[in-house]
Design a protein around this ligand. Structure first.
Ligand code: GDP
Ligand code: IMO
Ligand code: MG
Length: 429
């Protein structure tokens, strides 16, 4: 079998958790390949609302294996809390959740460094989730990080101490005041807890599953426009959030990739700093934030809101090789009489372009917007595409024509059941 990938095409929070949970029964394995506790993936079903950060969103489906891959940066303290928060659901997490020995560990000083770096950036701060993501990936690339497999080594504490000392030299420079001792007590307790899980060579596990005919879904975190190479650098996260990240983050070869599901909101949001050409600062923006309940699932921060951005979406489709699109949160636009879509950008020198420009961070870019009729009606209970109001169907047809990729799912509410399938989502069924 081939590996299917599901990822966000915008700045994160597109609704990945909901869709992975929805699709999970069609799969045998769900695997995370990058990111870490900066992610917040919300699942809603049977009156339950639950946010996952590092644990794959297949965890609520009992027969599914969940794998945290080598490309992930794992915070054991947050991991322990996440597992404890699942206790009430009676899931057999020890049987269904496996962690790559090659995943990197986030240690307490990574979080302190994240905060210190943000303070040092002043007005140009990234708006990091402050979970230690950047510093942990920095140590990975500098070839001095600690990996999950290290926790069973007799030399683990010594290795840990050496890394902390290198961090303390930098933190001292920022004169950060902190209580490392308490953080370390929690950390080592969580390391003990982590040892109860099966630590695996996930690249073998995933490839064996594929060879044996299992269906594996890779669950992206963050969004394509936060990718460290292709996002609005430096206002990005520190990993490759795009499809190639699934290859390196799980050890799966490019010729083993099947479907690439690209998911996007019917509008745009962004949390943290950085350019956002279609951002709204008016009543429409406030209404979008209210209707979409646009507050971060990890930090609770309000998300910035704006109209759908086609040049940005086309760019993400190109980089990822998206084969199917899923449009999320269509219901949030129910209240808008007119819906706008950005079709190009006007640059400072007056040039009009329809690509994602390198200058996006430095220049003030004006969006060129077209206007479409809204549907101004509730989508409650609608379960077929053909029953959608005509204006919503037209919105979907227009986007498909522009993007040249079929929109095979439209989500009309946060619950598992509020999902309208159109076309053939899973060719291998
Ligand atoms: P993720 O990070 O991509 O998994 O997305 P988040 O969970 O951070 O944010 C998506 C939010 O939108 C969550 O609160 C979801 O419950 C909610 N959501 C997902 N799909 C829909 C939808 O179609 N309509 C509405 N109204 N909410 C949705
Ligand atoms: P999910 O998986 C939205 C943003 C942060 C910040 C930038 C860098 O829920 O879609 P980091 O903590 O990675 O150093 O922050 O990236 N960011 C996200 N925004 N959704 C996420 O994840 C995000 N993960 C990071 O707000 O702007
Ligand atoms: Mg999220």
């Amino acid at each position: 079998m081939k590996l299917d990938i599901l990822l966000g095409l915008q700045w994160g929070d597109e609704g990945k958790g909901k869709v992975v949970d929805y699709l999970a029964p069609k799969y045998d394995v769900v695997a995370r390949f990058q990111g870490g506790p900066n992610a917040g993936h919300t699942l809603e079903f049977d009156g339950i609302k639950h946010v996952l950060h590092q644990i794959p969103s297949g965890i609520f489906r009992k027969d599914i294996k969940n794998i945290i891959g080598n490309g992930v940066v794992l915070d054991p303290v947050i991991f322990k809390k996440e597992i404890e928060a699942l206790a009430k659901y009676n899931l057999d997490v020890f049987a269904n959740l496996f962690i790559s020995k090659k995943a990197q560990l986030i240690i307490p000083t990574h979080r302190l460094l994240d905060a210190a770096y943000e303070v040092a950036k002043g007005k140009k701060k990234i708006g990091s989730t402050l979970k230690g993501i950047g510093p942990a990936y920095q140590d990975k690339i500098a070839r001095q990080g600690l990996r999950v497999g290290d926790i069973v080594l007799p030399s683990f504490k010594k290795k840990y101490q050496k890394l902390v000392e290198s961090h303390e030299r930098i933190l001292g420079f920022y004169k950060s005041e902190y209580e490392l001792k308490q953080l370390e007590t929690d950390f080592f307790e969580s390391i003990k807890f982590l040892k109860k899980f099966e630590l695996i060579e996930s690249e073998y596990a995933v490839n064996d599953e594929l060879s044996n005919g299992s269906k594996v879904l890779a669950e992206g975190a963050q969004g394509s426009l936060l990718d460290v190479d292709f996002g609005s650098y430096p206002y990005v996260t520190s990993s490759n959030t795009t499809a190639s990240g699934a290859c390196s983050g799980l050890g799966v070869a490019p010729n083993k990739i099947g479907e690439v599901f690209g998911i996007f909101k019917a509008y745009c949001t962004r949390v943290g700093g950085g350019p956002f050409p279609t951002e709204l600062f008016d009543e429409d923006g406030k209404l979008m934030q209210k209707e979409g309940n646009e507050f971060g699932a990890t930090t609770g921060r309000p998300r910035r809101c704006g109209w759908l951005d086609l040049p940005a979406l086309k760019y993400a489709i190109m980089i990822n090789g998206v084969t199917q699109l899923f449009m999320m949160k269509a219901d949030v636009l129910n209240v808008f009489k007119k819906i706008k879509v950005c079709t190009g950008y006007k640059m400072e020198d007056g040039r009009i372009i329809d690509i994602m420009p390198y200058e996006i961070v430095e220049e003030k870019i004006e969006p060129i917007l077209i206007e479409m009729e809204g549907w101004s009606t509730s989508l409650e209970g609608v379960d077929e595409f053909e029953k959608f109001p005509e204006q919503l169907r037209n919105y979907v047809y227009y986007l498909e024509q522009e993007l040249n990729v079929p929109i095979n799912m439209v989500s009309i509410g946060p619950d598992r059941t509020q999902t309208v399938i159109r076309g053939q989502v899973l060719a291998h069924q």
